[in-house]
Design a protein around this ligand. Structure first.
Ligand code: SF4
Length: 267
């Protein structure tokens, strides 16, 4: 599926975020900042040089982001972050102007959604997909009733990083377009148990909701044994499990294909 990369784009209008729940404990934004030796605190949100990316044009005046692309939005922060309130309306304008693109953001702040939408939101912009992120049962029970009540045209549930078993059964109906599950990455990652993944898959299949296992995480427990999975194999190994259900759109492409071997998985 590597050829599909060209339909995806990243748009990070701002960078930096504050931690809100257990899933944030080893946030990859903080880890990346540390790795790159950033001198600015990761909790300090600041606009990036790509703030206007959706409306940037090439020299020949064509859009930099080609029509039809799926734009992963605000993946080095949270689109509903309070510290970004003053910048978000400009983003909505760009999202509206580029109605030929899909914009997909994940949030742990779904409880701020109604404070953050533009006046003409109505029942939702057609080209905006929202993923409500939950990492454990407590967050699922708090965030998902809010999420389900909101006017959003395209809703998905992102169980990531999964840090304990989660039962989504009472939240699954035709309003949810997809459930995507993944383990935690990083040296301090909390383990992801394959049984939790299979249980979520079963819940989705019984409600006929598309299900995706997108990432194993760095510590993966399968058949009672814990494996450490190198970062570059975490997506491909999840895909290799071949347990996705009714996924045929917005596929997370696989860059590297590898067998389930001791070189990839090791204690
Ligand atoms: S909400 Fe997301 S980006 Fe923000 S601290 Fe938590 S994990 Fe990191």
């Amino acid at each position: 599926m590597g050829e599909n990369w060209e339909i995806y784009a990243d748009w990070n209008p701002w960078h930096g975020c504050t931690k809100v729940s257990p899933g944030c404990k080893y946030c990859y934004v903080y880890r990346q900042d540390e790795m790159y030796g950033s001198t600015v605190a990761s909790s300090l949100a600041r606009k990036t040089g790509n703030f206007n990316l959706p409306i940037k044009r090439r020299r020949d005046k064509t859009w930099k982001l080609k029509s039809g692309m799926l734009v992963f939005t605000c993946f080095t922060s949270d689109f509903l972050l309070q510290d970004a309130d003053e910048w978000r309306s400009e983003c909505w304008q760009m999202i509206k102007e580029r109605s030929d693109l899909w914009f997909y953001f994940f949030t742990k702040r779904i409880d701020r959604f109604l404070q953050c939408i533009p006046d003409d939101w109505g029942t939702g912009y057609d080209n905006v997909l929202v993923g409500c992120t939950v990492e454990n049962q407590e967050m699922a029970d708090y965030r998902l009733p809010i999420f389900k009540s909101l006017p959003i045209k395209h809703k998905s549930i992102i169980v990531s990083p999964i840090i304990s078993p989660v039962d989504l059964s009472s939240f699954l109906d035709e309003s949810i377009e997809e459930v995507s599950v993944g383990g935690e990455s990083g040296v301090d990652a909390r383990p992801c148990n394959y049984d939790w993944i299979l249980s979520l898959r079963e819940q989705c299949v019984s409600h006929d909701i598309p299900f995706r296992f997108h990432q194993t995480g760095a510590k993966f427990i399968k058949d009672g044994r814990m494996y450490r999975v190198h970062r570059r194999f975490q997506l491909s190994q999840a895909h290799k499990a071949n347990i996705d259900y009714k996924i045929n759109e917005f596929f997370v492409p696989e860059k590297v294909k590898f067998e389930w071997t001791p070189d990839v998985y090791h204690d």
